[in-house]
Design a binder for this molecule. Structure first.
Ligand code: ADP
Ligand code: MG
Length: 728
């Protein structure tokens, strides 16, 4: 029993040490320390969080100055996320702490439970021990009553029980100590619980703060989100705008592209053909120089050949042309000659103020619309018609009149003598036609101008000298209008060289080379005439005024000389003064005028009718103009008439005179005589050409009056006439 009791005691001691180690204050103390450290750390973290939060708030309040929104946004977002992370961490730590607190509470409850258990066990043990003690005391009492052995046992037991008692005491003291310790622990626990409670309170506070921060954060986050939203919207809007703009542009570009594409499509075949063409052209270009040289050679040859041909053709043509020209000229001259070298024109002046008014100034002259050679005069209620070579109506200009005359004028360059007479009653326009006005010059000035220009055109081969003389025939006396002695009467004499030519010794000749020279000459003559008479109009109408232009030419290559004379005559008035009972000088004047005009008429009539005898000598005028009227000279009679009713009887006379001169037909007898007087070889050549005669059949030479066989010539002449009539 002692042994078992010992074992049990040991067991008890072990149990106690175990319990002690279990209940050892070290664990609880450690836990408490840990919690305190944790608490401290949390507090510090909280402080750091607060600092950060303050910083954040300050940053939020601080106005954004320089950083762009996007960067700030990014920074803010980062900060937010960091804060969120930190909050998350803090929350996790809080949860951890919660868990730890929970665990600790659990462990505390466990420890309490165990403490209760161990207390209960101890009470049980105490009871058991006390029960055993009682049992042992009973056993001891029973043993005391037993023999020696028992006495011994009792003794040992007594010894041992003392020891046991001591141990028990010790155990009890120890127990006491332990209980004290438990009480202390309980105290500590209580303190710790209090601490826990305060730390829970702090935790709650912290939680509330965290929540506040979180709300704040949430708000900031919301704001930020809003801002971000707005910015996003702005960005989206801008993007949309840019997109739509880009779309529009894209569309246009697409359209362009489509156009270009179609163009390209259409261009492709063209390009292909072009490429083809280009290649072929390239080939051609490569071969071109050779080809060109070849072609050039052949072309040059051809061209030179063609040029040669053209040259020869040209030469031939020129030769033919010259021949034709000569022939034409000859034919023309012959035609003119056969028609008569004398042409009769009529010119009707317009009605002027001088004609007055009323029936006396009425127009009595009309024209034929289809025939410019016919003129009708209403005389005493009867219409009389006249046919001339050409009739100029009142509206005909000086220019038009001159155009009809200029062929005659130029022929004097070729050596022909020409006479142009202005015939008609005073006031019918003779002076107007011959002299004209300064603004609108007449035949005189125009003729000289034409001669100048023609001579200039021939200056390459010919030398020409143009001289002018001006004379007047009054009362059958010839006077020099350009001479120093105008009153001196000049004589007409035969040239002493036996050529039969006439000349006027002492007649002044001025050489003229320009229009200015002519004007000077005209003025000079005019002044002379004015100073010599008291009434120029009266005087001029009673005298014949002559402008004699002589053109002398020398062909430098052949030495051939030609002389042509152009006689421009403003005749005296043709009115019949003598019949109206004039006397004295008036009568004498009238008689002279009548005589000279009728002599002129007779001469022209005789010439035109090819009479053998031409009465040149019947007047000074015809005698002076003899060589300009005869032969192959050309004569133009411009019959001037007034259309006024009061002048009809004079007009009738003038027109009758004109018609009488013109109507002369070529008669066979006169023709014979005239043909005998044909002067030049030229005419015979022409006749030969026209008749187709063999050369040398008839060749009278020179200007002489050598007469070929009359019969021969008359038959030829008749045949020429027939030919001309049939050829129209
Ligand atoms: P004549 O010399 O025959 O006596 P004029 O030449 O002196 O006649 O003419 C008489 C008037 O009639 C002048 O005033 C002249 O200007 C004018 N006259 C003559 N013919 C024409 C005409 N064709 N056109 C215009 N006026 C003319
Ligand atoms: Mg006159």
């Amino acid at each position: 029993q002692v042994e078992t009791l010992k074992a049990k005691l040991l067991e008890q001691a072990q149990e106690i040490s175990r319990l002690r180690s279990e209940l050892g204050g070290t664990d609880a103390e450690k836990h408490r320390d840990l919690l305190a450290a944790e608490n401290e750390r949390l507090r510090q973290e909280m402080k750091a969080c607060e600092g950060e939060l303050r910083e954040l708030q300050r940053q939020q309040q601080a106005p954004c100055r320089d950083c762009p929104h996007l960067q700030e946004n990014a920074v803010l977002q980062e900060q937010l996320s960091q804060l969120q992370r930190e909050a998350e961490e803090a929350r996790a730590k809080l949860v951890e702490l919660d868990l730890e607190v929970q665990q600790k509470t659990n462990r505390l409850a466990e420890v309490e439970l165990r403490l209760k258990d161990s207390l209960a066990e101890r009470a049980e043990e105490e009871e058991r021990l006390s029960r055993r003690l009682r049992d042992s005391q009973e056993t001891i009492a029973s043993l005391k009553s037993q023999p020696q052995q028992i006495k011994y046992i009792i003794k040992t037991v007594e010894v041992e029980s003392a020891k046991a008692k001591q141990a028990l005491c010790e155990t009890q003291s120890r127990n006491q100590y332990l209980q004290e310790q438990v009480g202390m622990q309980k105290q500590v626990l209580k303190e710790m619980e209090q601490q826990l409670q305060s730390s829970q309170k702090t935790e709650a506070q912290l939680r509330a703060q965290i929540m506040m921060y979180e709300a704040e954060l949430e708000r900031a986050h919301g704001q930020m989100l809003e801002e971000m939203q707005a910015m996003e919207e702005e960005k989206n809007h801008a993007i949309e705008e840019a997109f739509s703009r880009a779309q529009v542009e894209m569309k246009a570009v697409h359209e362009n592209l489509a156009g270009v594409r179609t163009n390209l499509l259409t261009l492709q075949p063209a390009l292909r053909t072009l490429t083809h063409d280009y290649n072929s052209l390239k080939r051609q270009v490569r071969d071109f120089p050779l080809l060109l040289q070849e072609t050039l050679r052949s072309a040059r040859a051809e061209i030179s050949q063609a040029i040669e041909e053209v040259h020869s053709t040209n030469r031939e043509l020129l030769r033919k042309y010259r021949r034709e020209l000569q022939l034409r000229k000859k034919c023309h001259n012959e035609l003119v000659r056969l028609k008569g070298n004398i042409r009769v024109f009529g010119r009707v002046r317009p009605i002027t103020k001088e004609d007055g008014e009323g029936p006396e100034a009425a127009n009595a002259v009309t024209f034929d619309a289809d025939d410019d050679a016919v003129l009708y005069l209403l005389h005493k209620g009867k219409q009389v018609s006249f046919e001339l070579d050409k009739v100029f109506p009142p509206q005909a200009s000086q220019e038009e009149v001159f155009q009809e005359v200029q062929a005659l004028v130029t022929s004097c360059i070729d050596g022909y003598n020409v006479c142009i007479f202005a015939y008609g009653q005073t006031g019918a326009g003779k002076t107007y036609t011959m002299e004209g006005t300064a603004a609108n010059p007449g035949i005189n000035q125009r003729a000289l101008q034409l001669l100048f220009s023609e001579v200039r055109g021939k200056a390459a081969d010919w030398d020409y000298a143009i001289t002018v003389s001006a004379a007047e025939i009054y009362n059958e006396a010839l006077r020099d209008l350009l001479g120093k002695e105008p009153q001196e009467k000049l004589e007409i004499k035969l040239c002493p060289d036996g050529s039969g030519q006439l000349y006027v010794p002492g007649l002044t000749e001025f050489r003229v080379q320009s229009v200015e020279d002519i004007n000077k000459v005209f003025e000079f003559g005019h002044v002379k005439r004015v100073t010599e008479c008291t009434n120029l109009n009266e005087h001029s109408s009673r005298s014949h005024a002559l402008l004699i232009v002589t053109v002398r030419g020398l062909d430098r290559s052949t030495g051939l000389r030609t002389t042509g004379k152009l006689n421009l005559v403003d005749l005296a008035g043709s009115e019949r003064v003598g019949r109206s009972g004039a006397e004295g000088s008036r009568l004498r004047e009238a008689q002279h005028i009548n005589k000279s005009l009728s002599a002129l008429g007779d001469v022209i009539y005789a010439l035109r009718s090819r009479q053998g005898h031409v009465p040149f000598r019947n007047s000074k005028l015809t005698y002076l103009l003899q060589d300009s009227l005869s032969g192959d000279s050309k004569t133009l009679m411009m019959v001037q008439v007034s259309p006024a009713e009061k002048n009809t009887s004079e007009t009738l006379c003038s027109l009758k005179f004109a018609e009488r001169v013109r109507s002369v037909e070529l008669g066979p007898v006169s023709r014979k005589a005239e043909l005998g007087s044909w002067p030049s070889q030229e005419h015979l050549e022409v006749i030969k050409t026209l008749l187709g005669d063999s050369p040398g059949s008839a060749a009278p030479a020179g200007r002489g009056h050598a007469s070929p066989s009359p019969g021969q010539l008359s038959s030829r002449s008749a045949s020429i006439r027939r030919k001309l009539q049939t050829s129209g």
